[in-house]
Structures are given as C-alpha cells and as structure tokens.
Design a binder for this molecule. Structure first.
Ligand code: GCV
Length: 606
C-alpha cells in the first residue's frame, strides 16, 4: 500500500495514548532523538529547537507536540535537515474532513469503496485501518472528522441515541491523533422522540437538544460539534416553522455551548425545484439571499460553512460572495476532495492549483476554519485512485497554512509516497499540477459547468441538466451560450465588492476562464487573443484530449510500484475514454448548434 507514510516501518501503536505519548512513540520509532516539553497554552502550535548533538527540543501544546513530531519525521523521510529553530502554528482552528458516509455502508459521492465507519446500519470498522487513517490525517495537520453524511438518513440519528457508545469508542481511537469527531445531525430529530415539532423556538425542542447534547458530551467529551444541512435538498430545517437560519443554528449552539462544541451550519440552500422556464431565479444568488442579511445574528459557537463557489463544486466557479461578505460571522470554506464533478477518482485531478486560486482571493481572516468533503473509503489505498491521495495530503497542508506553495506541497507528497529519483519526481509533480487544467479543457467550457450526466455526474451530457429542476442552465442556442450575471442580467455580480464586479463585468476584460459563468456571448465573440469563442471551445477540447494522451504516455513511463501501477493504468485507460467522449460530444454539440466549422479542420462529428 503506497500511502504517504508507508515508509514508516513501525506499526501504529495499540492502546490508549495521548497525542504527546504518540509523538514520543513515533519519534523513537523513526530513530529521532527528542526531548518534549508540553505547554498547554500552545494548543496546536509548536517549536522545534535543533541541538548540536542531533537532539531536538520540542515545545508544544497537547497536539502541537504531535505535529512537531510529524514535521520532523516527514523532513527525515524527505531527506531534509532542520538545522535552525522553527516555530509553527495553524492558520485555521478547525481543519475538517466531512465524510458523507451512510450507515448502510455506502458513501454519497464516494469513489473509494465502502464506508470506513459503517455497515449494515451499524457502526463497523477495522481499528487498524482507523489508526492508520488517524496517522495519515494527523501527519497532514487535520484535526476534525465528521463521520456521517450531512444527509442524515435513518438510522444515522441513532449515533446520538443508542449508538453513542460506538461513537465514543471510535472517538477514543482517533483521540491520540489529535482528531476530534463531529456528527451530522437531523434538524427534525426531536420528532423521533414524541415532540410534535422541530421548531427552534419551541421550549420542548430546545430542552430536547440540551438534554441530548449533555448525553452526547458525557460519552464523547471532546466532540467538535454538530454539522447541519437544513432546508437544503429536502432536508428539514427552520423554514418549515417560519424561522430563519440564525434561529435554527443558535438553538443548537445554545445546547452545545456548555461543552465547548460548535454548530457548523451549511449554507447550501437554494431552490432545487426550479422550473427551467423561470429566468427570474439564478441559483448562484441563493446563498447570499438566505444568509447575508443575518450577518452578526449568529452565536459565537456557530460557524457558517459555505461551498467555495456559488453553485456546487464545478471545475471552475468564482469564490462565493458569502465568503467575502459576512464579516461579523464565523465562516468556514467547504472544499470537495471527493471528485464528484471532477472525474470520480478515475480521471486524474489534482486540486491544489484550484484551492490556491481560492485562498488567494480570500481576504485575510475572512474565514476561521476549513472543511473538505472526504475522498476516503475502505479501498485498500483509502482514496480509490492512488494519486488522489495527493488531494487529501495537500488539503491538510493548505488548511494548516494556505500560503503553502502548490509545487512544494505536491513534491512533498510525491517524495513521501514514492521516493522516486529526482527526474521521475519532477515528472510526476508536473503531471499532477497540470491535471486540473487538462480536465477543465476537455469538459465544460470556460466556467459554464454542468454539462455532465445527471445524477452520477461522470461523463458528458451537454443538455442533461438543461430542462431539469436544479437551476443549472447554460441556455446554448444557435447564436449564443451562457447566462448574463452582471447588473444588466441576473444581478449576481452585484453581490460582490466593487473591485470584483469591475474585474468581471465587461466580457472584453473578464478573465477567459470565467467568461461563460458571467456572460452570455455569441459564438463569434472575439476573445482577448483574437480567437472566436467557438474556436476557443474547439481548441480547448482538442488540447485537453491531446494532453490526456500525453499524460497517459508519461505516467506509463514512471516506475510505480504495485498495486498502484495496475490501478493507475486501469484508471488512465478509463480517463482516455472519458476525455475522448467529452471532447467529441461537446464539440459536436456546439458545432451542430452554431454551424461554424473548426478553423483547423479537425474531425468534429455532425
Ligand atoms: C450530500 C450536491 C451533491 C449531493 C450532496 C449535496 C450537498 O447536491 O450532489 O450528493 O449531498 O451537494 O453538498 O449537500
């Protein structure tokens, strides 16, 4: 199994241990001599002081010492020396993984096998696998894991009821790794207990949550909190009772406050029963409309968790305006490691270049935490595609420090995982870093998104969502494609500060890759480089396919060990097929509509 710490020969230790005990064990097993000094005030922070005789003095909080240990161990595995004192601390308090695991053992949008935590309606796991996972996550700096799907299907509510001892046992396994569990809760859960309502202002409901929280924290004293998807895609929520989302979130916050728990409240609220004929509604505007006016109304232990873009994890979306506009509220940005729209962990798609763009747009201190939908599952390699592990690892590095350089992060993962010679390492790093752009080229063009097969979201289907209920339309006709989201159009762009509006409002200056997200343009529109829009669409798709072929050839020259080599080869073949389907179907779709041939005379099917 080729995981990024696979060259640590020592087994993950059995039995209970504190993160500091674990740090000592890990350092000793790696042959690193260190003196550890715990300073509880330091939390996740640490200081490493190299001494002249090869000894290291480490100071850190309870978890800080563990992060210091992994810093030393990864440096050793990467052949780097730490010769001068260094101090480090994470930028974000909660560095979360959200697992969309169901109690029946399935994983919503999971591409790495069955659940690591559940099977047959019960909590069920291999303690060894959980400990290996704990080590992986801690070594990447992650510290919160939400175990169950935000769509809380029966019987997941029982995690707060008769399955509490199982939840507590799982929390015990993760605790030495500095990982605190979180649970997704069903807003209407009091109604399972004879209360006729889930109204957040009802005293009975409030008491039920308070008593339930007390029971949960008696079993798992360090639970990070509750994750909530309310009034979203059919989930229950405060709207049923004429209440707003501050009423709902604050009610839960009151119940968790005595125990130091957070309510992480998702803002993925939009009309998912839209009529495609309705042009007055523009889905990307929804989150702002539901939340912006509530800025400042949320309790201090509520965190609003917002998807990074205003739609839903498309290959390219602008940063959600909500992440820029709620200055009086604790905010978290939600990313998605699970490759729902980005190739199902079949196609290679390294996310860090995309995340860097997002973090660069975020003003300092606009968010206090980050979350990512998990790409984990019970496949032997945990992430389905062996190279998808780079996303999990580098997400951890960015959650710790968003200024981490993308190339340095990917190089570190590559070195830890494969230990290739330097030419091979450079080759793999460059293939990984360019994989997102390649995927973007052969799929939906220039920020338009959504040309995927409905429901499973893999493979091309340019009109698959065009007449559906989800508010995801491109409106391509014979002359033009895209939606005008400027002030003159749906007004979405008005949700941003002036400098952002200015950057995108004029199609002549709008960055190309966002062009069709913001504008409706004729196929003959001249791009900045002089090409027409239609020509650019054709060119990108042919280039994306060519790049995929080159990627396949280059990957086949790298000496991956087994079983990775076979899995990578098999997935690459499926990616080649997928890229060709995308290229031909999208080009044919636009050619049939526009009737404009490719200037370069390449084969487009009519
Ligand atoms: C967990 C999209 C996905 C759903 C997911 C939802 C969400 O709609 O397709 O699978 O549900 O987002 O983020 O809540």
């Amino acid at each position: 199994m080729n995981l990024w710490l696979n060259r640590l020969a020592s087994p993950v230790p059995a039995g209970p241990a504190t993160p500091a005990d674990l740090a000592r064990y890990e350092l000793e097993s790696a042959g690193i001599r260190a003196v550890l000094q715990e300073d509880p005030s330091m939390g996740d922070a640490y200081r490493i002081d190299p001494q002249e005789d090869g000894l290291f003095r480490l100071a850190g909080g309870k978890t800080g010492l563990l992060y210091a240990a992994y810093r030393l161990i990864t440096a050793q595995l990467c052949g780097e020396s730490i010769l001068s004192p260094l101090s480090d601390a994470p930028k974000y308090a909660l560095r979360m993984i959200n697992c969309w695991d169901n109690m029946d053992g399935s994983v919503e949008r999971g591409y790495s096998g069955r659940s690591l935590f559940f099977e047959n309606g019960r909590v069920s796991y291999s303690a060894e696998r959980i400990k290996t996972l704990g080590r992986l996550l801690a070594s990447a700096g992650l510290n919160v894991l939400c175990v169950n799907n935000v769509n809380v299907h029966d019987p997941a509510q029982r995690l707060l009821e008769d399955y509490l001892p199982d939840l507590a046992a799982l929390a015990d396994l993760f605790r030495p790794f500095g990982i605190r569990l979180m649970v997704s809760v069903d807003f209407s859960q009091p109604m399972r207990h004879g209360i006729p309502t889930a109204d957040p202002l009802s005293p009975d409901v409030r008491n039920w949550w308070k008593e339930t929280a007390a029971g949960v924290y008696a079993a798992v004293p360090d639970l990070a909190g509750f994750l909530v998807k309310a009034d979203s895609e059919g989930r229950p929520g405060p709207f049923t009772y004429g209440r707003n989302h501050a009423d709902g979130a604050n009610m839960l916050a009151e119940a968790l406050r005595p125990f130091g728990g957070y309510v992480v409240w998702r803002c993925f609220v939009y009309n998912c029963r839209q009529d495609w004929r309705d042009t007055a509604t523009d889905r990307p505007k929804a989150a702002w409309e539901h939340y912006a006016f509530l800025d400042g109304a949320f309790a201090d232990n509520v965190i609003l968790q917002v998807k990074h873009g205003p739609f839903d994890f498309q290959v390219r979306e602008p940063l959600s305006p909500l992440l820029l506009g709620m200055k009086q509220t604790n905010m978290a940005m939600e990313l998605q490691l699970a490759q729902e729209y980005t190739g199902h962990q079949i196609d290679l798609y390294t996310m860090i270049p995309m995340w860097k763009e997002l973090f660069e747009e975020l003003p300092a201190d606009s968010i206090m935490s980050v979350a990512a939908v998990s790409n984990l599952g019970n496949d032997e390699n945990y992430t389905g595609h062996p190279l998808a592990a780079v996303n999990l690892y580098t997400y951890g590095l960015l959650a710790w420090n968003p200024e981490t350089d993308a190339e340095a992060a990917v190089t570190r993962w590559t070195r830890l995982t494969y230990g290739f010679c330097s030419a091979e390492e450079r080759s793999l790093v460059s293939l990984l870093l360019s994989s997102r752009r390649t995927y973007e080229k052969y799929t939906a063009p220039l920020g338009i998104g959504w040309m995927v097969n409905p429901h499973d979201h893999y493979g091309p289907n340019p009109s698959g969502y065009e007449y559906d209920l989800w508010g995801t339309y491109h409106k391509a006709n014979r002359e033009a494609v895209g939606i005008d989201r400027t002030h003159a159009g749906t007004g979405y762009l008005d949700q941003y500060p002036e400098e952002i509006r200015h950057k995108y409002e004029d199609p002549d200056t709008c960055p190309d890759l966002y062009l069709l997200f913001y504008h409706r343009l004729p196929y003959t529109f001249r791009m900045k480089d002089g090409r027409t829009l239609i020509q650019r669409i054709y060119d990108d798709h042919f280039e994306g396919l060519e790049e995929t072929r080159a990627l396949s050839a280059a990957l086949s020259r790298l000496p991956f060990p087994e079983p990775d080599a076979s899995v990578i080869r098999e997935r690459m073949n499926r990616q080649l097929y997928n890229a060709r389907e995308w290229c031909d179907i999208i080009n044919t779709f636009f050619f049939r509509l526009s009737g404009i041939p490719d200037e370069k005379g390449r084969k487009i099917y009519d």
